[in-house]
Each structure stands twice: as structure tokens, then as C-alpha cells.
Design a binder for this molecule. Structure first.
Ligand code: BGC
Length: 745
């Protein structure tokens, strides 16, 4: 079936060693023409009609080495057949797709998965996605997205791991493990592509594709580490960002791609551009035309071009005229081919798996449900409004545009998701309590954006008749994701008005919010008793939310991102630096307290806005439970220790409430005096554990000096001895703390 197997009697047995792969790559490359090499650097999409009609020819001619957005199993197989059996060298194709949070079965959006603070579950979620995608012959996903995001206006925050580096690092490794499995050659493993390198999450004012302004230090301390974590885990490929970093678009950024990625991190996978991001170098104003753009990208270290054709049209001439070295092309092709060998594409039929699974496996649905359950964050719960007790209710009103919106709860990037597999909140509630409770359902608004309030009267009537109300609000799928940034992140449409009308009915109101980003909720928090923040929870959102509403399980998600009160506070993140004038309750002044014609003063002389509380509405790490967790007796293994020794920090955690539940215990540190100013707190550890009522456990963390290292003034990582503060608790506001000192060995 493939050209290489004839030379090698036991290819599968030996292909796993990198030396063997290097030899096979070299042998293959020795037979390739320049045009065939450049073909491997081309990632092409199909045109109109059956994919083989538009891609078959270029694949047969060796002008295309990878394809994107072909998802029909038969079409993938046919193109692989052409590549292997009909092209001169029989090189199989990489088959890429955005498998972001599931394929047919949709898991919570990545930001929701991050709220689970459960790397093992996130790994399992990626593995489910990989398995389902591999079943149609996809062998490469454009995930995980590892852009740290501190601006909820940015639509792509939905795809991000949130605002924190430590959490993102852990999840980055977990996602790569999940997609790639133990070995890329295993059935069900697909190659990961970490993106978008680098800094895309910092686009100004959250406007997608906008400029970023990231100081060198911040780039290294905040934006780059998750990529390093993914690469250390063996990520097969990396995608450049659309954005511009300090005047150099990321797709032509040799400093990032050659110095950081290759020289410092020894990345041996390949680099792909983003969609048309090479010709866009000319739109940015870096190059004059497509030829210059191709040269700039290739020389910067972009190994493969996505969707556009500047490499196909210009690279051969650029090599012949000497502006791109032949070694640059050779290195790119060698890296791409090495991943094809590692995927086992040369050693077995390249579309690997036998029969495409039509039905969701029980395992996929179980993982999706567990991920949805653990990603939901209980933001507020006044007077124990939740869990709802069916024994105390005879009727429940389920109101709102997202109550019965199986598709809208799936979120962004769900091209291949099966909406039939998705169970809405209403359906989940019905399945759980429909036999015992009278359920009154009113959408009230046709969509989350609707301003047409004609349905409010029926909704109010239902709320009046019911004993309690579940209000399903938020944003439909299409309001977040790529190119879907918002300047105003309040609940859209007439939803705030709906909340007020329902509040007027005097019944307990529980808001379930489904959204792709943190929304600003200040205008509804006082109007509802409880808030369950469900993100876009995916296919199994309904059953998961029903379990939480009725206390079958306690909520245990924690915020991976700060919730501002109003957009004017953005960017607002917990691990900011202190400034010389940090706000404290006694230094802030409210706009209403300023006397008319007061003389100019510096007021409280601290960093706050006059017209909004300086704190977030909900802090990073926040998330309530139906039980009460008590933290006590924080212990440090030493008050003073040499840098070479590890510190053990531990705390006693007790479930002092009524039900069994999971808690995410969080460890924060501060380096109060350093050679550059450091954040007021930084997450440095977390553990999720379950305790039964009355049960207590000592939770232990190990800290090494290296964990507190940072990228310093000399533009390299440093470990600085000195005094540190440490806190453990259930959110970034943890109060139980201690101090220790690390001294030179
Ligand atoms: C996005 C990438 C995505 C690619 C392919 C681009 O517009 O920025 O994240 O992987 O399209 O769909």
C-alpha cells in the first residue's frame, strides 16, 4: 500500500524510535524533487463539490501534503488512496480539522473545561474527541488553543484556558496527552497543534485580530509558558497567530519561531501558519506582495502554509534565486514527514480505523456529562436556594431563551457536532423530575439576542403559578468564538428586563447562565437567588445541570477567569502587580461622595475607578458548593530553608456541611520583594478532592524554588531567594496564609 514498506520488513515495530524515523525521512527526502518537497508544505482545502474533484489532482501530483476540512470518511479515504497509490512517492496526507472540544459528541467549551480544574478529566475529554475524529480519518487537530485571555470581550476567550498561567500549563499538557495518547501511532490518537503562537489573547480591547502590545517580560512570564508546557508534553505541531507582536506579525516572527521555539525549547514538531496568515503579512504592512510574504514566513520558520497558496506559487523560485535556503525547505519537510511517520501513516492504511462510529459511545457521553458537571460554577446561592428539593415543590417554571436550546448550548467550533446528541436543560430537568413536578416551560424570548418581549406575559404567568423558577439565560453559540467579540458583555437582548419581570413574581429564582465568556452580571445578581454558570456545556449539558439543580451532585467548578462588574474594569485579573497605590476599602471614593465643585484633589490616591467598586464581581478561583468546606491549620515544613530544598505546605480541609462534595484546593504565593515587581498572588498548586460530610483531610503541596522562578530583568529565568507569602483556600481570595524564606544554599 505504501512506498516505504517494501524496504523495511518490520516497519511498525521500529518506527517508534526517532533515529529510525530520521533515517526513513532522509531516505524519502533523497528521492524528492524541490516541487515535491514544497508540496509537503502545502495545507489545502477543498473547493466546491466532492473533495476528490478539487484536491485529487494536486494530491496525485505531489503538490499537496495536507488537507483541511474534509470530514466525510469516504472522501478522506479516497484522497489518502490517491496520495498513497497514485502519487509518485506515495506519501500519505495529514488530515486536519478544528476538533476543539469534541467531534460528534461535544464537551464543554475549553474555558468551561478549564473551570473543572481537573486535568485528568480534560485529558479524557480530548481523548474522546480524538477517538471520534480518528474514526473518519482525521489525524491532526488544530487544538489545543493555549492563548492566555484576560479580556472577556474577546470572542475566543471561549476557546482559551483562561487567565492563569499555572492552570493553563497543567491543562495544556493534559490536552496534548489526550489528543496524542501514549503514542501518535495508536489508533484513536491524532496529532495536536498548539495555537496561536503567540500573544493572540492580548488583542487590544478584545477585538479579534487586533494588535497586541505585550512587554517582553510579560510575554515570557504569562503568554509563552503554556506553549512550552505543551511542547514538553510532545505536541506534534504549532500554529502561528494572526496577530502582530511589537510590529512583527507572528507569522513572520523569527525571534519567536527560531529563537524561542527551536533554539531555546528544542521543538521538533512542525509549524503551520494560520488561515491565510502568510498573504496577510502584506495586509499588515510587513511585506509588499505574496512572494515577499512567502519568503518572510519561510525564513522565519513557518513550515507549512494553511489554505493560501503563496508557498505553492513562490517558494520554488525563491529557493532557486537564493532568497530562501534549500536547507530551510529541507528542515521544514523533514519535520512534517517525521510527524507522518510518527502517526504511523506509512505503516498501516493511513485512514487507520475500521468503521466510523455512528452512535456515541457510552464512554463519550459519560465523559461529556462528567466534564459538564464539573465545569459548572455556582457563583451565588442566597439562603440555600439551591439545590432545589423536589419534595418541597409541586411545580417548577423553566423560563428563558436557552432553556430548550440543544444546539445553542454546544458553543463555538462545533462544525461536526451532532445536535441530535445534545440534551437541553429543559430535557435534562424533565428526565430527572418530570414525573414528580409540574414543569411549566416558557422561552419568553425567541433567542438570547431578541428584544421582542411579547412572550414575557406568559413567562410571568408561569412564574406566578410555579413554586420556583429556573431562568436559563446567556448567549447563543454564535455570540462567541472567532470574529465574535463583543464590546458590551451584559446579557444581550431583553434578558435583563426579563429577569426583573420574573423577580417581580416573588418566587425563588435560580439563573442558569450558558455563555461562551464571562458576562457582566452586576445588573442581575441582586435580582436572582442563585446563579449556576454553565458556560456552553456541550451535548450533555442538560443532564449535568439537572443533577446540579436537584443536588444529585454538588457544583464543584471554579472560575478560570475573573468576572468584572463592568467592561470599564477590563482587563481585570487576579494576578496583577500591586502598583504603588493599590486600592483598599479606605482609599476608594465613590462618585456620589464627591462634593459638588470640590477642589481638585488626588482623592483616595489609589488605583480605582470612581464609579465602580474596585473588586471583581466574582474572583478567579471562586466557586461555591452545597456543602461548607472549612480550611484550618496551615503548616509549613520550614520557616527558612535552602533553595535546594522543597517546602511542604499543607492545610486541614474539613467538610463541615451536609453533603458529600468535591473541592478544588488552591495554593497561591507572593514574592513581595523581587528584582522586578511580581503579581500580588500567583496560583502555584491545586488539588481536587471529595470529602464526605464530617470528613477531614490534610492536603499537602510541595513547592520547589524553581516553581517560583520568573523571567527577570536580564531576560532569562531567575530564582531569587528571599521572603515569600503563601495562602491556601477555595479561591484567589484565600485568607489562610503563612510566610517562609528561601535562602542561598
Ligand atoms: C483560526 C484557527 C483555525 C483555522 C482553521 C483560523 O481562522 O484562527 O484557530 O484552526 O482557522 O479553521
Amino acid at each position: 500500500m505504501c512506498s516505504m514498506t517494501t524496504d523495511d520488513p518490520h516497519p511498525a515495530a521500529v518506527a517508534s524510535t526517532s533515529t529510525r524515523i530520521a533515517d526513513r525521512v532522509a531516505a524519502l527526502m533523497a528521492r524528492m524533487s524541490l516541487e515535491e518537497k514544497i508540496g509537503q508544505m502545502v495545507l489545502a482545502q477543498p473547493g466546491e463539490g466532492p473533495p476528490a474533484d478539487t484536491l485529487g489532482g494536486p494530491v496525485r501530483d505531489g503538490r499537496v501534503g495536507a488537507i483541511v476540512n474534509v470530514v466525510e470518511r469516504d472522501a478522506v479515504s479516497e484522497l489518502q488512496r490517491i496520495a498513497v497509490a497514485e502519487s509518485r512517492l506515495g506519501i500519505p496526507l495529514l488530515v486536519g480539522r478544528d476538533v476543539i472540544h469534541g467531534f460528534r459528541t461535544i464537551l464543554p467549551i475549553p474555558l468551561g473545561q478549564a473551570a473543572s480544574w481537573n486535568p485528568e478529566l480534560v485529558r479524557a475529554a480530548a481523548a474522546v474527541a480524538a477517538q471520534e475524529a480518528a474514526e473518519v480519518g482525521i489525524n491532526w487537530t488544530f487544538a489545543p488553543m493555549l492563548d492566555i485571555a484576560r479580556d472577556p470581550r474577546w470572542g475566543r476567550i471561549a476557546e482559551s484556558p483562561g487567565e492563569d498561567v499555572f492552570l493553563a500549563n497543567r491543562l495544556a499538557a493534559a490536552m496534548v496527552q489526550g489528543f496524542q495518547g501514549e503514542s501518535l501511532a495508536e489508533p484513536g490518537s491524532i496529532a495536536a497543534c498548539v495555537k496561536h503562537f503567540a500573544g493572540y489573547g492580548a488583542v487590544e480591547s478584545g477585538r479579534d485580530y487586533a494588535t497586541t502590545n505585550i512587554p517582553e517580560n510579560e510575554l515570557h512570564n504569562v503568554y509563552l509558558p503554556p506553549f512550552k508546557a505543551a511542547i514538553d508534553q510532545g505536541a506534534a505541531s504549532l500554529m502561528t497567530s494572526f496577530s502582530d507582536l511589537d510590529g512583527i506579525p507572528a507569522t513572520a516572527h523569527a525571534g519567536l519561531l527560531r529563537e524561542v521555539l527551536r533554539a531555546q525549547w528544542s521543538f521538533d514538531g512542525f509549524v503551520v501558519s494560520d488561515w491565510h496568515s502568510i498573504p496577510q503579512l502584506s495586509v499588515h504592512g510587513l511585506t509588499a506582495d505574496d512572494r515577499e510574504a512567502a519568503v518572510a514566513a519561510a525564513n522565519a520558520g513557518v513550515d507549512m502554509e494553511m489554505a493560501s497558496d503563496t508557498y505553492a506559487r513562490h517558494l520554488a523560485e525563491a529557493v532557486e534565486s537564493g532568497v530562501v535556503a534549500p536547507e530551510t525547505v529541507d528542515a521544514a519537510v523533514a519535520r512534517i514527514l517525521a510527524i507522518k511517520f510518527r502517526l504511523g501513516l506509512f505503516d498501516s492504511p493511513p485512514d487507520k480505523v475500521g468503521v466510523a462510529a455512528q452512535a456515541a459511545s457510552d464512554h463519550a457521553l459519560e465523559v461529556a456529562e462528567k466534564a459538564a458537571r464539573q465545569s459548572v460554577v455556582l457563583l451565588q446561592n442566597r439562603d440555600g436556594a439551591l439545590p432545589l428539593k423536589p419534595s418541597e415543590l409541586s411545580s417548577l417554571a423553566v423560563i428563558g431563551p436557552l432553556a430548550d436550546a440543544a444546539y445553542e448550548q454546544l458553543g463555538t467550533w462545533i462544525f461536526d457536532g451532532d445536535p441530535e446528541r445534545s440534551i437541553s436543560v429543559l430535557a435534562g430537568i424533565r428526565a430527572r423530575v418530570g414525573q414528580h413536578l409540574d414543569l411549566l416551560h416558557e422561552p419568553a424570548l425567541a433567542t438570547s439576542r431578541s428584544r421582542e418581549t411579547g412572550g414575557f406575559d406568559e413567562a410571568v404567568a408561569a412564574a406566578r403559578r410555579a413554586d420556583a423558577v429556573v431562568l436559563c439565560l446567556g448567549e447563543e453559540s454564535i455570540l462567541s468564538g472567532e470574529a465574535h467579540s463583543r464590546a458590551d458583555i451584559d446579557l444581550p437582548g431583553a434578558q435583563v428586563e426579563l429577569v426583573r419581570r420574573i423577580r417581580g413574581c416573588g418566587k425563588p429564582v435560580v439563573a442558569v447562565i450558558l455563555a461562551g465568556r464571562p458576562l457582566t452580571l452586576a445588573n442581575i445578581v441582586d435580582e436572582v437567588d442563585a446563579i449556576l454558570y454553565a458556560w456552553h456545556p456541550g451535548s450533555m449539558g442538560g443532564p449535568a445541570i439537572a443533577d446540579l439543580l436537584f443536588g444529585v451532585e454538588s457544583p464543584s467548578g471554579k472560575l478560570p477567569v475573573t468576572f468584572p462588574r463592568t467592561v470599564g474594569q477590563i482587563p481585570l485579573y487576579y494576578n496583577a502587580r500591586n502598583t504603588g497605590k493599590p486600592p483598599r476599602p479606605e482609599t476608594v471614593v465613590n462618585i456620589d461622595e464627591i462634593p459638588v465643585r470640590a477642589p481638585q484633589t488626588s482623592l483616595g490616591m489609589s488605583a480605582f475607578h470612581l464609579d465602580v467598586d474596585h473588586t471583581p464581581l466574582f474572583a478567579f478561583g471562586h466557586g461555591l458548593s452545597y456543602t461548607r468546606f472549612e480550611y484550618s491549620d496551615l503548616r509549613l515544613s520550614a520557616a527558612r530553608l535552602p533553595l535546594a530544598d522543597a517546602l511542604i505546605v499543607s492545610v486541614r480541609l474539613r467538610n463541615a456541611g451536609p453533603c458529600s462534595a468535591e473541592e478544588v484546593v488552591q495554593l497561591y504565593v507572593r514574592d513581595p520583594v523581587a528584582s522586578i515587581t511580581r503579581p500580588v498572588r500567583e496560583l502555584k498548586g491545586f488539588q481536587r478532592l471529595r470529602l464526605a460530610p464530617g470528613q477531614a483531610e490534610r492536603v499537602e503541596f510541595q513547592l520547589h524554588a524553581d516553581d517560583l522562578s520568573f523571567y527577570g530583568r536580564q531576560q532569562r529565568r531567575v530564582v531569587e531567594p528571599g521572603r515569600f507569602q503563601v495562602w491556601i483556600g477555595g479561591s484567589s481570595n484565600a485568607e489562610l496564609g503563612g510566610e517562609f524564606e528561601w535562602v542561598e544554599n
